[in-house]
Design a protein around this ligand. Structure first.
Ligand code: GLU
Length: 460
C-alpha cells in the first residue's frame, strides 16, 4: 500500500512537471496571446490526474501536439461600404485538430477578433466537439469586422469577400464552419450562396446553421440555449433542485441568451435580467421575451429600448452590474471573461445555486474556482454550451443522408446528448479524484478520446 502511494505521488509529480514544461513551451511560442494561453492553462492544469495515471500521453508529447494548430489561415478581406469607400479587414480560420473528424466550429464577426481569440475558441472546440460523442474535430474562424450599424448590403459585400478566400480551405469532409457572435442565419445564407457560386456544386453539408429552406436542421437555432438549460437542469436534478420556481439572470441577448431564456421560462423559471454590450435590463416580474426577440433577433436595436415598452423595468448602463442582481441561477451567455472573481463573489453572497456557461470561457479561471470551492453547481462552457455544435453535427448527418428529421426528433436527440455529456463529465471527474468538479471532468473526458485517436494515428 505504502509503495503504491509512493509510486502514485511520483507519477503525480512527473505529470505536474510535464504540464509545467509543456505549458512553458506553449507560452513561449504564443507569448502575446492571453486568451489562448488562458484556455490552454485551464485544460492543462485539469489533466494532471490523467497524465499521472496514463504516462503514454506524456511519452507521446500529447500536450505540446494538441496545443499546436494543424493549420492557421490568415487572410485579407477587402470590401466596399455604402459610401463607396474601400475597407479592409482581417479574416482567420484555425484548423486546430482533426483526429476524430473534419474541423468543425463557428465563425465570429466582432471587432475584438484576433489570432488569440480565434485560437482560444478553436482550442476549446476540440474538447467540446469530442464531448458531444460525434465525429467532429476542432476549428474556428472569424474576422475583426464590426457588423454593428452596417447595412444589409454591406454585410453581404463583406461576407462574400470573406468567403472568396475561405472557400479554398473548406468542404463537407474538410472543414465545416457555422455561426458564432455576429454570424447568424443571414450571414450563413450569404456564405453558402457564395461558396456554391464559386464551387459550382451544392455541398449541402459544407456549412451548418443554414435556413430551413435549404438544408438547415430543426432546433439548430435554439440548440445552444436549449442545450444549456437541459444541461443545468440535469445538474440541478442531482441535488434535488430545478429551474421550476427559480429566478434566473442571463447575460447577453444574442442567439444563445434568447433561447436559454425561452427554455428556462418553459421550465417554469422567472428570467429577470439580460443585457447587451451597452448595459442590462432588470424586470422583476419576468422579462417579456417577445419584446427582447423583436429588438435583438429581428431588429437591430439596443436592449435599453425595452424599458420604453415596459416602464416597470429598469435599464442600467455597463455590463458587469448584471451579476449583482440576486438570482438562483446565473447563465453567462455574452462573451469571454465577462465574469470575474468579484462578480462571482457577489453572486455567491446573494445565494446563487447554479451557474451554466452559455458563452465560451465567460468566467475567469478564478471565478470558476470560487464557485466550485464554494460547492455551487458549475456547468463549464465546453460541456454546457455544446448543444449548438451537437445539433450542427446532426445537421451534417441529415445533409449526408438527404433526409430531414422532425423538430421533436432533433430536440429529443439534443436533450439526450446534453444528458450524456453531463454524465460523462461527472464520471470522469470522480474516476480521476475530482468528484464534483465538472470543469475537470469535461476536460478529461473530452481530452482522452482525442488523445487516444492522435496516438492511434501516429505522429502526423
Ligand atoms: N459557435 C458555436 C460554438 O461555439 C457553434 C459551432 C458550430 O455549430 O459549428 O460551439
Amino acid at each position: 500500500m505504502q509503495i503504491l502511494e509512493r509510486v502514485e505521488e511520483t507519477d503525480i509529480q512527473s505529470a505536474r512537471d510535464y504540464v509545467t514544461k509543456a505549458y512553458e513551451t506553449v507560452r513561449k511560442r504564443n507569448r502575446h496571446e492571453s486568451e489562448f494561453l488562458q484556455a490552454v492553462k485551464e485544460i492543462f492544469d485539469s489533466l494532471v490526474p490523467v497524465l499521472a495515471r496514463h504516462p503514454k500521453y506524456i511519452e507521446h508529447r500529447i500536450l505540446e501536439r494538441i496545443a499546436e494548430p494543424e493549420r492557421m489561415i490568415v487572410f485579407k478581406v477587402p470590401w466596399v461600404d455604402d459610401q463607396g469607400n474601400v475597407q479592409v479587414n482581417r479574416g482567420f480560420r484555425v484548423q486546430f485538430n482533426s483526429a476524430i473528424g473534419p474541423y468543425k466550429g463557428g465563425i465570429r464577426f466582432h471587432p475584438s477578433v484576433n489570432a488569440s481569440i480565434i485560437k482560444f475558441l478553436g482550442f476549446e472546440q476540440i474538447f467540446k466537439n469530442s464531448l458531444t460523442g460525434q465525429p467532429i474535430g476542432g476549428g474556428k474562424g472569424g474576422a475583426d469586422f464590426d457588423p454593428k450599424g452596417k447595412s444589409d448590403r454591406e454585410i453581404m459585400s463583406f461576407t462574400q469577400s470573406f468567403m472568396n478566400e475561405l472557400c479554398k480551405y473548406m468542404g463537407p469532409d474538410t472543414d465545416i464552419p457555422a455561426g458564432d457572435i455576429g454570424v447568424g442565419a443571414r450571414e450563413i445564407g450569404y456564405m453558402f450562396g457564395q461558396y456554391k457560386k464559386i464551387r459550382g456544386r451544392y455541398d449541402a453539408g459544407v456549412l451548418t446553421g443554414k435556413g430551413l429552406e435549404y438544408g438547415g436542421s430543426f432546433t439548430r437555432k435554439e440548440a445552444t440555449g436549449y442545450g444549456l438549460v437541459y444541461f443545468v437542469e440535469e445538474m440541478m436534478k442531482d441535488q434535488g433542485l430545478s429551474f421550476k420556481g427559480s429566478t434566473v439572470v442571463v447575460s447577453g441577448s444574442g442567439n444563445v441568451a434568447l433561447y436559454a431564456m425561452e427554455k428556462a421560462a418553459q421550465f417554469g423559471a422567472k428570467v429577470v435580467a439580460c443585457s447587451d454590450s451597452d448595459g442590462y435590463i432588470y424586470d422583476k416580474n419576468g422579462i417579456h421575451l417577445d419584446t427582447v426577440k423583436r429588438l435583438k433577433e429581428f431588429g437591430n436595436k439596443r436592449i435599453s429600448e425595452y424599458v420604453d415598452e415596459h416602464p416597470e423595468a429598469r435599464y442600467f448602463t455597463g455590463c458587469l452590474g448584471i451579476w449583482s442582481v440576486p438570482c438562483d441561477i446565473a447563465l453567462p451567455c455574452a462573451t469571454q471573461n465577462e465574469m470575474d472573481e468579484k462578480a462571482a463573489q457577489v453572486l455567491i453572497e446573494n445565494g446563487v445555486k447554479a451557474i451554466g456557461e452559455g458563452a465560451n470561457m465567460p468566467c475567469s479561471q478564478e471565478a470558476a474556482r470560487q464557485f466550485l470551492d464554494s460547492g455551487i453547481l458549475f456547468g463549464p462552457a465546453k460541456a454546457a454550451n455544446a448543444g449548438g455544435v451537437a445539433v450542427s453535427a446532426l445537421e451534417m448527418a441529415q445533409n449526408s443522408t438527404r433526409l430531414r428529421w422532425t423538430a421533436e426528433e432533433t430536440d429529443a436527440r439534443l436533450r439526450g446528448i446534453m444528458t450524456d455529456i453531463y454524465r460523462k463529465s461527472v464520471k470522469a471527474a470522480s474516476e480521476y479524484g475530482r468528484a464534483g468538479y465538472l470543469t475537470d471532468g469535461c476536460n478529461i473526458a473530452g481530452f482522452m478520446k482525442v488523445a487516444d485517436a492522435m496516438i492511434a494515428q501516429g505522429v502526423v
